[in-house]
Design a binder for this molecule. Structure first.
Ligand code: ARG
Length: 413
């Protein structure tokens, strides 16, 4: 008969402890009911193994915590850029989004913050995953991203006779407070707002601020009042500084951040999520995927500067999170960003921490995700090589474990 509470013992050659920044040799991890109850390394007393525990033995492998992408759009698909997306019915996006969720999980991302989707699709996909109907990561949904009328997070592709507007636009502190409450009411667990223009909208400039300081502050205050974190899309230096001053917990994209912005982020402990991988994909595939020339032109203006500023922020010791904007590039390729982060100034350990311990902190979820540690979910990725010498081994996980269950790959035993 199955044990009353399901236990599992996971062993491997080594494990990266992102909390201490150290490598643990010959780890033995015990989890019960999906949560880690003990972690020991070589030389420590053997842990108590619950009767009937399953075994997952991963000889030769290195274990890292289940990865966290702080900026994904599971319902977006890079194949359908510009106007080509309008060929599909609304529910198409949810249906293919479930496939994207599975791809993301199989790539080692056991938690994803979804920072913007229509029709509460991210909330629905999360519910379907939790009910066990489809496979996917743990999702922290933002539902609709807030923003100004005509701003980056509004609907900007259709003429006025179509009367398209995002349900989450607001044009005063009061309206934006209400938008926060509406998103939360229907399942948002983080609030996303567009503080500046962006690359993939029409008639917006990435460098130009789109919400007033008092609007940004109203969004953050209302989110925090409801115990939610707030994430700001911000490319331009003014909008970045205003969002940091307003108290946003994370700044996304961060492309044109200036020295004052880096200083402010460090002083306030604001996390920065630079999506430094996707520029190659957009420049190589965008045109073929239907992305409009004006959007490709904006990408050209943003990508290179963003990487230089990432390097500056990294050198200054700013707190980094792993934010890819997957959906702009194919879901499942999320881990390709690690190599770019290392190329532009992070150590492999720092890059890994951006997607684990730092991410958990930025989510306010240090109790359950982001480390292989007692109390947290047994979300674990096994890789073949040593990520601390070759970060790209994270691009090819051999086994992915979520809540103590193998969800991708095969084990030796
Ligand atoms: N969603 C973002 C925007 O449209 C993507 C920016 C991508 N480009 C980049 N270099 N990070 O603004």
């Amino acid at each position: 008969p199955a044990p009353a509470v399901d236990s599992v013992v996971i062993t491997a050659d080594r494990m990266i402890d992102v909390l201490s920044g150290k490598v643990v040799e010959r780890p033995v991890i015990v989890a019960t009911g999906g949560r880690i109850v003990s972690v020991v390394g070589e030389g420590a007393a053997r842990p108590v193994i619950p009767a009937g525990a399953r075994r997952i033995d991963l000889p030769g492998r290195t274990l890292v915590p289940g990865l966290i992408d702080m900026h994904a759009h599971l319902t977006s698909n890079p194949k359908y850029g510009g106007y080509s997306g309008y060929q599909f019915t609304d529910s198409f996006w949810v249906a293919q989004g479930t496939g994207n969720a599975e791809r993301t999980l199989r790539a080692g991302f056991t938690t994803v913050r979804n920072v913007g989707s229509d029709g509460y699709a991210d909330v629905g996909i999360k519910q379907a995953i939790e009910e066990g109907w489809v496979a996917g990561p743990r999702i922290v949904p933002a539902a609709h991203a807030l923003g100004a009328t005509g701003g980056h997070c509004d609907e900007t592709f259709l003429p006025p006779s179509f009367q398209r507007k995002s349900p989450a636009v607001g044009d005063s502190p009061e309206e934006l407070r209400r938008r926060v409450r509406e998103q939360r009411k229907y399942g948002a667990e983080v609030i996303k707002a567009c503080a500046t223009g962006g690359v993939f909208s029409r008639n917006t400039e990435p460098g130009v601020q789109q919400l007033h300081p008092e609007e940004l502050k109203a969004i953050v205050d209302e989110a925090h009042f409801w115990k939610l974190k707030a994430a700001a899309h911000a490319h331009g230096a003014d909008g970045i500084r205003a969002a940091i001053e307003a108290g946003f917990d994370t700044i996304e994209h961060v492309s044109f951040i200036d020295d004052a912005g880096i200083k402010a982020a460090k002083a306030r402990g604001t996390f920065l999520g630079f999506d430094v991988y996707n520029t190659e994909y957009t420049l190589a595939e965008g045109e073929k995927n239907g992305v409009l020339p004006e959007n490709i032109e904006k990408e050209r203006r943003v990508g290179t500067i963003q990487r230089e500023n990432f390097r500056k922020a990294a050198q200054a010791g700013a707190r980094m999170i792993f934010s890819t904007d997957a959906g702009i590039y194919p879901h499942g390729d999320n881990a390709r960003q690690f190599a770019v982060m290392v190329r532009f100034g992070l150590t492999p350990m720092q890059a890994l921490q951006s997607a684990t311990s730092n991410a958990a902190e930025a989510l306010g979820r240090t109790g359950d995700v982001g480390a292989i540690a007692v109390g947290r979910y047994a979300d674990i990725v096994a890789v073949a090589g040593d990520p601390l010498t070759d970060i790209r081994t994270l691009e090819k996980p051999v086994v992915v474990i979520k809540g103590g269950e193998v969800v991708a790959g095969a084990t030796a035993s």
